[in-house]
Design a protein around this ligand. Structure first.
Ligand SMILES: O=C(O)CCC(=O)C(=O)O
Ligand SMILES: [Fe+2]
Length: 171
């Protein structure tokens, strides 16, 4: 659906074949204070797509809008939250937005969630297709190896400034 909306559905097979999947369950302990504490620090997902499901009714997921405002996701029990990761955003040459999000906790109940993360396979190079690059949309990132980006992300220098991906391979 997303590739179709970008007019590049011919890359669907390539996308499917280039992804591994990681399923993870997460628990965030209640801080046992009325004060709100960080459960998971603000970050952009580095992978391709993340699908989250909140198992219990303890909210806490927040998403940052492009204007910098934090809004509560508060997903209903019959919905999933989908995040575009930086890899997909870079592949789409910035046409898809990878938002900052975080988990903020208060009270004494634990929050449980599960996530399915699609991750580029080892050796996979992320490169925007030519259809998404033109005079009005110049290439934003040099083609990059996902595993190398992960290594860079965990260095101190990557965290300086607005975007680690920009620091790693931005023009
Ligand atoms: O547990 C959640 O709702 C968010 C998890 C998350 O953002 C992540 O694991 O990247
Ligand atoms: Fe995340």
């Amino acid at each position: 659906m997303v590739l179709e909306s970008l007019g590049v559905e011919k890359y669907l097979e390539e996308h499917i074949e280039s992804a591994n999947y990681l399923f993870r369950a997460m628990k965030y302990k209640g801080p046992e204070t009325t004060e709100t504490k960080v459960g998971l620090r603000a970050h952009r997902d580095l992978n391709v797509v993340t699908i989250l499901y909140q198992i219990n009714q303890v909210d806490g997921l927040e998403v940052q809008t492009k204007d910098g405002e934090w809004i509560n996701a508060n997903p209903s029990p019959d919905s999933f939250t989908v995040f575009i990761g930086e890899s997909f955003s870079a592949w789409a040459n910035g046409r898809l937005h990878s938002p900052f999000h975080r988990v903020m906790m208060s009270g004494n109940k634990a929050r449980y969630s599960v996530g399915l993360f699609s991750i580029p396979k080892p050796g996979c190079i992320i490169k925007a297709p030519e259809e998404l690059v033109d005079e009005d949309h110049p290439l934003l990132f040099k083609p990059f190896d996902y595993a190398e980006y992960i290594r860079f992300y965990h260095t101190e220098i990557s965290q300086k400034g607005e975007s680690s991906l920009q620091n790693f391979c931005g023009f």
